[in-house]
Write a protein that binds this ligand. Structure first.
Ligand SMILES: Cc1cc2nc3c(=O)[nH]c(=O)nc-3n(C[C@H](O)[C@H](O)[C@H](O)COP(=O)(O)OP(=O)(O)OC[C@H]3O[C@@H](n4cnc5c(N)ncnc54)[C@H](O)[C@@H]3O)c2cc1C
Length: 461
C-alpha cells in the first residue's frame, strides 16, 4: 500500500466518492470535513421541534445515474435505495391524475411511449414534443457549445414548443432536476438532461429514492467503507488554507493551526468555498492563466422543503408531481421509508427554484401550503396536522444558467498536487449526487495517475 498521503477536503458525496475511489486504487486517504457530520448537502438530522429524523431535502435519482448507483453498491448500501424499472410518474393537474409511464416496448420506443397516455398535453402538443425530442437527439453538444449561451425555453420555442408543452411537460422535468425554472436555465443543460434521461435506455428515466435517512445513506456507509480499508475520516477539521512549497501543494492548514502534510490534496468543497483556500485567498494568485477565476461566477439556487405530518394517510402514491399549483412535488415519506408513523403520514413538499419561498416565515408557509394541500388533496380536509416544519437550503445546488458550463473547472488543476472534486466541477452533469460522484472518481483517478497507486487490492470492489 502506498505511504504517500492524500488529503481530501470535504465530506460531502464528492469528497467521500473520491475517498472510496482512492481506496479502490490502493491509496489510503484522509478525508477532512469541517462539520461534525458527513454528507455535505445530502444529510439528515433530528429535528429539534419534532424529534424526528428528517432529510435536509428530498433527494431522488434516476437510473441514468450510473456512477452514483455504482458508488451506492460499492459502499454496501444497495438495499437502502429503491430504483424503479422504467419511467412511471404520476402527475396531477386540476384534480386529474395522469401518468407519464413507459411501456414495455423495445429501445427508444419505451420511453417515448410514456407520452401516449399522458393526458395533460393534447395530441398536437405531443407531436411537437416528439419533434422537440428529435431535435434534441440531433443536437451535438461539446466544449464551447453555443447552447451554453442561450436559454432552454427560447431554444424550445424555436423548435415548435408552446406554453402547454413547456409548462406541462418540459418544465415538469426541468424544474426539479435543475432546481430552476425553465425560463432561466441554459439550453446546454436542458438538452443534455433530456438526451440522457428520455433519449437513453429504458432504465435511464426510472426514478429512485433513498429508503433511509441521507446521513446513513450518503455519509455513514462511505465512512465505514473508507475506514474499513485503512483510510481515515476526520470531522470537525475546518481547512483554512492550502500549504504550498516550491510551487506545489504540500498539505493543508486547519483553522485550529494543525498542519496535515500531503503529497496530493483533493478539494471537494463547493465552488463558493474554494477561493478562500487558495494561496492569498484569491483565485488570481494561485495558478497560471487564472485557472480558478471562472469558478467565482458560479451561483446557487435554493430549495425549500415543507414537512407536514397528518394523523391519517392523505396520499396513496409514494410521490406525485402537481401542475398549476405551488406544491410542485409531493412525497409520502412514511411509505418511502416504510416507517410506522402511528397510522399518520409524513408528507414532504419539495419546492425547487424556491426564490418565492426562501424568505417567507414558517407561519406564512404553513398557511399557504396546508391550504393548498386541502385544495388539491381533499382527504387532508378531515385530517389533523400533528406536526409541521420547514427546511430551507439556500445554496442547495449550483445554477444551470447560461455561461455555467464554461465556469466549471477540470478536476486536474495547473497547481501541482491540487485536484478538484464537487458537483460543480466539469462533469457535464447538473448539480446532482451523480455529478458529485463523477467528480470524486475523476479526481481520484487523476491523483492515482499522477502520484502512482498503491498495491491494487482486487478484493476491494
Ligand atoms: C435540499 C436539496 C435537495 C437536493 N435534491 C437532489 C436530488 O433530488 N437529487 C440529486 O442528485 N441531488 C440533489 N441535491 C444536490 C446534491 O445534494 C448535491 O449535488 C451533492 O450533495 C453535492 O455534493 P458535493 O460533495 O459536491 O458538495 P457538498 O455536499 O456541498 O460537500 C462539500 C463539503 O465540504 C465541506 N467543507 C466546505 N469547506 C470546508 C473546509 N474549509 N474544510 C473542511 N470541509 C469543508 C462542507 O461542509 C461539505 O460537507 C439536492 C441538494 C439539496 C440541498
Amino acid at each position: 500500500m502506498a505511504t504517500r498521503q492524500v488529503v481530501v477536503i470535504g465530506g460531502g458525496i464528492a469528497g467521500l466518492a473520491a475517498g472510496v475511489r482512492l481506496v479502490q486504487l490502493g491509496i489510503k486517504p484522509i478525508v477532512v470535513e469541517k462539520r461534525p457530520f458527513l454528507g455535505g448537502r445530502a444529510y439528515s438530522f433530528i429535528d429539534s421541534e419534532t424529534g424526528i429524523e428528517i432529510d435536509n431535502g428530498q433527494h431522488v435519482f434516476v437510473g441514468a445515474c450510473d456512477q452514483f448507483l455504482q458508488y451506492i453498491k460499492d459502499i454496501g448500501a444497495w438495499d437502502q435505495v429503491r430504483l424503479e424499472e422504467r419511467l412511471a410518474l404520476p402527475v396531477l393537474k386540476n384534480g386529474r391524475l395522469s401518468w407519464l409511464r413507459a411501456r414495455k416496448l423495445p429501445g427508444l420506443l419505451a420511453n417515448l411511449s410514456a407520452l401516449l397516455g399522458y393526458r395533460h398535453v393534447g395530441i398536437r402538443g405531443k407531436l411537437w414534443i416528439l419533434w422537440g425530442l428529435l431535435s434534441i437527439r440531433l443536437t451535438r453538444l461539446g466544449p464551447g457549445s453555443p447552447h451554453d449561451n442561450i436559454l432552454f425555453e427560447d431554444w424550445l420555442r424555436d423548435h415548435g414548443q408552446n406554453d402547454e408543452t413547456i409548462r406541462n411537460f418540459w418544465n415538469l422535468i426541468i424544474l426539479p432536476s435543475l432546481n430552476d425554472d425553465i425560463s432561466v436555465v441554459s439550453a446546454y443543460t436542458g438538452i443534455m438532461l433530456f438526451k440522457i434521461a428520455l433519449l437513453g435506455p429504458v432504465g435511464n428515466p426510472a426514478m429512485g429514492v433513498p429508503l433511509v435517512g441521507l446521513s446513513t445513506l450518503a455519509g455513514e456507509n462511505a465512512r465505514n467503507f473508507i475506514e474499513r480499508h485503512g483510510g481515515e475520516i476526520r470531522t470537525g477539521v475546518d481547512v483554512a488554507s492550502l500549504k504550498i512549497d516550491d510551487a506545489r501543494i504540500s498539505g493543508v492548514l486547519a483553522a485550529s493551526g494543525e498542519l496535515i502534510e500531503a503529497e496530493a490534496v483533493v478539494s471537494a468543497v463547493p465552488a463558493t468555498s474554494l477561493t478562500p483556500l487558495l494561496p492569498g485567498g484569491t483565485s488570481e494568485s494561485s495558478g497560471p492563466d487564472d485557472f480558478f477565476t471562472p469558478a467565482e461566477t458560479i451561483k446557487t439556487a435554493p430549495i425549500v422543503a415543507v414537512h407536514i405530518w397528518y394523523d391519517r394517510p392523505v396520499l396513496r402514491q409514494k410521490y406525485m408531481a402537481v401542475l398549476d399549483s405551488p406544491l410542485q412535488w409531493v412525497f409520502n415519506d412514511t411509505d418511502l421509508k416504510s416507517r410506522d408513523d402511528g397510522g399518520g403520514q409524513h408528507i414532504v413538499i419539495s419546492l425547487s427554484g424556491a426564490w418565492e419561498w426562501k424568505d417567507r416565515s414558517k407561519q406564512e408557509l404553513r398557511q399557504i401550503f396546508t391550504t393548498e394541500m386541502a385544495r388539491i388533496f381533499p382527504d387532508t380536509q378531515t385530517a389533523t396536522i400533528t406536526k409541521f416544519t420547514v427546511v430551507k437550503m439556500l445554496e442547495a445546488t449550483f445554477r444551470a444558467v447560461p455561461g455555467t458550463q464554461e465556469a466549471r473547472l477540470s478536476q486536474r488543476t495547473p497547481l501541482p498536487g491540487l485536484y478538484l472534486a464537487g458537483d460543480w466541477t466539469d462533469t457535464g452533469w447538473p448539480s446532482t449526487m451523480e455529478s458529485a460522484v463523477r467528480s470524486g472518481n475523476l479526481a481520484a483517478e487523476y491523483v492515482a495517475a499522477d502520484i502512482g497507486t498503491g498495491n491494487l487490492n482486487p478484493s476491494i470492489p
